[in-house]
Design a protein around this ligand. Structure first.
Ligand code: NAD
Ligand code: IPM
Ligand code: MN
Length: 368
């Protein structure tokens, strides 16, 4: 049997910097755990635009649909800010999500004990935090029609449309309920049913799916603005949060700070399971290309590394190895190893991106 296949798309800015640490970890699993992967690397985002004039070549899209998992670094950056909208780096990522039909985006926010003091929130608010945001990823205002910038009289009008079908809401709701059953059995659905019809439909469909298929799971509803406030007031009240594409984008960056840094937050974007029970899947850190620190060796690779741990768990049935990698990360943090983003105002001496990779590999060796 051939090895499982991985397509690596490092992308732009710090994407290649953090992904190079993941590549070392993939090699480690091949050498030390006999977990061999067939790895290929390609371009996405600005890097693809520079080479092909498009942020995602058709050949790359086709490979993404064939491999067992895609790992992505980050896309975008100031160099590309003035490009036509249709070829912006972010369009490459959005095309991958849409054409792979990755409707369920899991963004776990966990506060490692060693970082509880470091969060911008009080320690007792975040210590032991373990929540999962399930963000709908292939619809809503990101993709709804009509859209565009039009001229009306002598002024321009920018238009985007929030649009959800029942089936789009139902499938992401199911994935949230399924996850909740494996966790603490609680789902909080967030929308703005007070002002948006799509929010009313969202609330109705989530309630129907709950009553018909998951009555054993505890369900609550919250307006998304209140949800943002509750996330910083008392985040431990949540287990699984399910929400739409745009609210999920904003709420997950907010949740990142509960964990100490945006450089800590991984994600898995999953489609429907195939005949073998495997979903199409793309794994990426929640953060972007961080132009302000690119090329300085300052980027925290942990979000990208934990994204690979999610790949081990959700695409390769290697839960134990995923836990091994997560424990290695936990250990280096407990040992006080910190990249610059994890330094408090009192300072200290941060390690570089590569040094963080080095100590995580040492911790993996020590786990054998
Ligand atoms: P960003 O996430 O790139 O950076 C926000 C802040 O967090 C910056 O100060 C950055 O230095 C810091 N940061 C982010 N990741 C870090 C890491 N791993 N280690 C240490 N510090 C880290 O968001 P932005 O500045 O709003 O966006 C920059 C570009 O990235 C834009 O072009 C945006 O569209 C793109 N972006 C891409 C993705 C993605 O590829 N999935 C996600 C978000 C933003
Ligand atoms: C994210 C990013 C993306 C989004 C951009 C880069 C398209 O912010 O993955 O959170 O808005 O979804
Ligand atoms: Mn985002």
């Amino acid at each position: 049997m051939s090895n499982p296949s991985i397509l690596i798309l490092p992308g732009d800015g710090i994407g290649p910097e953090v992904m190079s640490q993941v590549e070392r970890i993939i090699e480690w699993f091949g050498d030390k755990r006999g977990l061999k992967f067939d790895v290929e690397t390609d371009l996405v985002g600005g890097a693809a635009y520079d080479n092909h004039g498009t942020p995602l070549a058709d050949e790359t899209m086709a490979r993404a649909l064939e491999v067992d998992a895609v790992l992505l670094g980050a896309v975008g950056g100031p160099k590309y800010d003035d490009l036509d909208f249709s070829v912006k780096p972010e369009r490459g990522l959005l095309r991958l999500r849409k054409e792979m039909d990755l409707f369920s985006n899991l963004r776990p926010a966990q506060c490692f004990d060693a970082l509880a003091d470091f969060s911008s929130l009080k320690k007792d608010v975040v210590a032991g935090l373990d929540i999962m945001i399930v963000r709908e990823l292939t619809s809503g205002v990101y993709f709804g029609e009509p859209r565009g910038i039009h001229k009306e009289g002598n002024e321009r009008v920018g238009i985007n449309t929030q649009r959800y079908t029942e089936s789009e809401i139902a499938r992401v709701a199911r994935s949230a309920f399924e996850l909740a059953r494996k966790r603490n059995n609680k789902v909080c659905s967030m929308e703005k049913a007070n002002v948006m019809e799509s929010g009313i439909l969202w609330r109705d469909v989530v309630t129907e799916i709950h009553q018909a298929e998951y009555p054993d799971v505890e369900l609550s509803h919250m307006y998304a603005d209140n949800g943002a406030m509750q996330l910083v007031r008392a985040p431990k009240q949540f287990d699984v949060i399910v929400t739409d594409n745009l609210f999920g984008d904003v709420l997950s960056d907010c949740a990142a700070m509960l964990t100490g840094s945006l450089g800590m937050l991984p994600s898995a974007s999953l489609g429907a399971p195939d005949a073998n029970g495997r979903p199409k899947a793309l794994y990426e850190p929640v953060h972007g290309s961080a132009p302000d620190i690119t090329g300085q060796g300052k980027a925290n690779p942990i979000a990208c590394i934990l994204s690979f741990a999610m790949a081990l768990r959700y695409s390769f049935d290697q839960s134990d190895e995923a836990t091994r990698l997560e424990k290695a990360v936990e250990k280096v943090l407990a040992d006080g190893v910190r990249t610059a983003d994890l330094m408090g105002p009192e300072g200290g001496s941060p390690v570089s991106t590569t040094e963080m990779g080095d100590v995580i590999l040492e911790a993996l060796d020590a786990s054998l």
